[in-house]
Every structure is written in structure tokens, then in C-alpha cells.
Design a protein around this ligand. Structure first.
Ligand code: HAM
Length: 418
């Protein structure tokens, strides 16, 4: 009973301080770019996720029947909830919509470094804009965040491609629609699964050996000129990626980015630019991932609205920050420890604590009779700036003794000056 469910985490205050620090950086990178926060329930209708393309995420669903006989699921990702919210107010929301959130998401995954069965996932999305300016904006949010936690372009790279690359390759072979999405989901696993397994799955979708070798050749490209030669004059994919990289250049974030045609992403709904950030050493799973998904609302029965966004988990980035020695050593946030000498001065100490709190200070009042030695140690453990002592002689004169724990200086201060 002392153990939580496998793949879930407890956050003790030490962990919670670091988590809040991380989330605050998520919030401020989003706010710095004019995004507004939203939220949705962790429990959704199962049908919001039951897509047909064979995605891993659907097989990992925490789903069950509730007491009213409804099929429900814990959200594995935020994007379908966001689509549902946008759809419910279609027409009433001013465009573009620029929203962000930090939901907890649940996936029944094989637990490993950087992957658990629950994680918090920072989501940043833009709806109602179909140009690459929106995608560039998201990349700027990412870089802003990375810089704010002390990571540099030498630590990680954001690899970018577009679903249009595969769309053009497959389109020339007559593969579109549902089969296209299903093909992307399989192709995403090309470097994770044995070649014969992937080839058998692609063959099931009707792709022959020639098609597969053409896909492999194109996905190996990491240079836009080579992509242009492979896809030919007038390729929409090449034009889109060229425009995106040009905007990112203007933003001054090119050092962080690289074109890599092997980025496809494993979710069915992407339609345009897609990206993933990885540590340069290649030791960890993807730090974050996202892309354009212009047709998601259509699959949910609504009218399509262009959209692009990313999801950024809290686990891999924490691994990377720890490895680079970038995790801060955070204090509890207590500013003053107030201590009343003896039971007779407990009421006076409460008065003093109340006064300080009204003035906006964070105060920890010592609630029991303790020796001075314990009180000093306690104040140090809290990382407090001051120890405020209510002593009989000073109190009789309407004063308290304050010890500055940084300098060690002590002085008697009138209570009205607190
Ligand atoms: P995703 O690639 O499935 O995309 O997840 C995005 C990020 O969430 C991953 O890169 C990783 O940081 C984190 N993540 C996912 N699963 C786990 C896990 N089991 N444990 C720890 N971290 C995890 C999506 O979910 C898309 N809905 C993102 C998106 C938003 N696309 C457009 N807007």
C-alpha cells in the first residue's frame, strides 16, 4: 500500500519546487508570445480517441466504463480535448486562437527513462492560421523556453520536416486519405522496429517494395536542396519548408533547427510541418513534438479549422537538465521564521506573524515549545532570510528581536516597523 501505481509519480515538496520552477518557465515562454491558458477535464469520452490509423496512443488508452455505462478514457494527450473545445464554440471565438495548457496525460506505456504512465505535457497551439508564420511562432516559443532554463543549441536540436514530403511521395503512388495517415504512423516506427516488420505492415496497406525503397530514400535526406531534387520542381513540401526556415532565420533561431526528412511523427492527424526536439547526444527520447493538423476537427464531425501546436513532456527535459547540472537548488519560499519564547508569548508571536503576513511576507510560525538551537536549525533548513524572536524583555517594550540569517546581525525592532 505504500507504493503508488506503476508508472505514476509522487511529488514530495522537494520535487514539487522543481516542478513548479519548470512549469513557471512553461507559463512564461507561452505568455511572452501572447498565449492564454486553458484547461479541460482529464476524463473524456473514449470515442474522442478511437482513431483507425493504428497509432500506438490508441492502444495505450486508460479506458473503462463508468457507473452510468458510458465508455470513458483518461486523456492520453490534450489535442483532441482542445479540438472539442474549439469545435463547441466554432464561430464564436476570435481567430487566431493562441492557447496553452499544462495537462496531466495518461498512457499505458512501457515505462523507461523519460517515459511514464502519466506525465505533464505543456501544450501550445495556434488555431485559425494556415501559413508557416504560426509554425515559426511555436518554434520561437520553444527556443525561448530552452534559453530560459539555461539550455543551448549545442545541447539539443529541433528536427523539422513536413507531412507533405511523404504526401508527395505517396501521392505519386496513388496513396491518399486514411491510407496516407496509416502509412505515416508505420513509417514513424522505421528506425524503432526491424525492417521486415515495418515492410510487412506497409505491404498490408498495399505498398510494394519499390514504394518502400523510395520512401526510405527520401526519408534519409537532411538537406533541402537534395529534397528539392528528389521531389522535383514545384514541390509544395519544399516551398513550405523553405518558407518556414526563412522565417526562423529572421527570428534568429536557426542554430536550433535542422531539416530532417525522417521526422514523420506517430499521430495520424498531422498534415503539414512536423517537428521534434532531441538531445544532441541522442541518449534520450524525444523532448517534445508537434506539427500542423488542419483536418482534426473534420474527423470529429465538425468543420475543419487550420491548427498547429506542440506537446512538451516534463520528464525528458528534467533528465536533460539534471544531466547538464541545470536544475536549480530551490529554497522553501519561507522568508521569516517567527518564534515566541515560552508559552506565555505564543499569542504575541501569533500577532507578530499575522502582521508580517498582512504585509505580504511568507512566515513560518514555530507552533511548539522548542529550544533556541532547534529554532536556528529549522530556520536554516527552511532557507528563511530572517528569524523573528518574541522575547519577554523586548516585548515589554513593544519590540521584537530580528536576526538577519544572511549577515548574522541582530537588532530590536518596534512591532509597528515590521
Ligand atoms: P506526442 O509526441 O505523443 O504528441 O507527445 C508529445 C510529448 O509528450 C513527447 O515528446 C514527450 O515529451 C511527452 N510524452 C509523451 N508520452 C509520454 C510518456 N509516456 N511519458 C513522458 N512523456 C511523454 C502529442 O501528444 C501531441 N498531442 C502534441 C501536439 C499538440 N501536437 C499538436 N499540438
Amino acid at each position: 500500500m505504500a507504493q503508488g501505481v506503476r508508472g505514476t509519480r509522487d511529488f514530495y515538496p522537494d520535487d514539487m519546487r522543481v516542478r513548479n520552477w519548470l512549469f513557471e518557465r512553461f507559463h512564461s515562454a507561452a505568455r511572452a508570445h501572447g498565449f492564454e491558458e486553458y484547461d479541460a477535464p482529464v476524463l473524456e469520452s473514449e470515442e474522442l480517441y478511437t482513431r483507425k490509423a493504428g497509432e500506438e496512443i490508441v492502444g495505450q488508452l486508460y479506458n473503462f466504463e463508468d457507473k452510468g455505462g458510458r465508455r470513458v478514457a483518461l486523456r492520453p494527450e490534450m489535442t483532441p480535448s482542445l479540438a472539442r473545445m474549439v469545435m463547441a464554440r466554432a464561430g464564436a471565438l476570435a481567430l487566431p486562437i493562441k492557447w496553452y495548457s499544462i495537462p496531466q496525460c495518461w498512457r499505458y506505456e512501457r515505462t523507461q527513462r523519460g517515459r511514464g504512465r502519466e506525465h505533464y505535457q505543456w501544450n501550445v497551439d495556434i488555431w485559425g492560421m494556415d501559413g508557416v508564420a504560426a509554425d515559426a511562432e511555436l518554434l520561437s516559443v520553444l527556443v525561448h523556453f530552452f534559453e530560459s532554463v539555461g539550455l543551448g543549441s549545442g545541447d539539443l536540436v529541433i528536427r523539422i520536416s513536413s507531412r507533405k514530403v511523404l504526401e508527395e511521395v505517396l501521392g505519386s503512388l496513388g496513396i491518399e486519405g486514411e491510407t496516407f495517415a496509416a502509412t505515416c504512423v508505420i513509417v514513424d516506427k522505421m528506425d524503432k522496429l526491424p525492417a521486415d516488420v515495418v515492410e510487412a505492415q506497409l505491404a498490408d496497406l498495399g505498398l510494394g517494395a519499390d514504394a518502400i525503397s523510395r520512401i526510405r530514400a527520401v526519408l534519409g535526406l537532411t538537406d533541402l536542396d537534395a529534397l528539392s531534387s528528389a521531389l522535383g520542381e514545384g514541390s509544395a513540401a519544399v516551398a513550405e519548408l523553405g518558407a518556414l526556415f526563412a522565417l526562423c532565420d529572421a527570428y534568429g533561431i536557426s542554430d536550433w533547427l535542422a531539416f530532417d526528412a525522417s521526422v514523420v511523427r506517430g499521430l495520424a492527424y498531422y498534415t503539414g510541418p512536423v517537428f521534434e526536439a532531441h538531445d544532441r547526444a541522442g541518449a534520450l527520447r524525444a523532448i517534445c513534438g508537434g506539427g500542423r493538423y488542419d483536418k482534426l476537427i473534420g474527423t470529429l464531425g465538425g468543420k475543419d479549422l487550420p491548427a498547429t501546436g506542440f506537446g512538451f513532456g516534463d520528464m525528458v527535459v528534467m533528465e536533460l537538465l539534471a544531466e547538464k547540472g541545470l536544475l536549480p537548488d530551490l529554497a522553501s519560499g519561507v522568508e521569516d521564521v517567527v518564534f515566541g519564547m515560552g508559552a506565555e508569548l505564543r499569542g504575541a508571536a501569533m500577532q507578530v506573524a499575522g502582521r508580517l503576513r498582512s504585509g505580504g511576507r511568507s512566515v513560518d510560525l514555530v507552533l511548539e515549545d522548542k529550544r533556541m538551537k532547534w529554532v536556528f536549525k529549522h530556520a536554516e533548513r527552511c532557507g528563511a532570510a530572517r528569524l523573528v524572536m518574541v522575547m519577554p524583555d523586548e516585548w515589554a517594550e513593544g519590540k521584537v528581536r530580528i536576526k538577519d540569517l544572511g549577515t548574522g546581525e541582530e537588532s530590536a525592532v518596534p512591532i509597528e516597523d515590521l
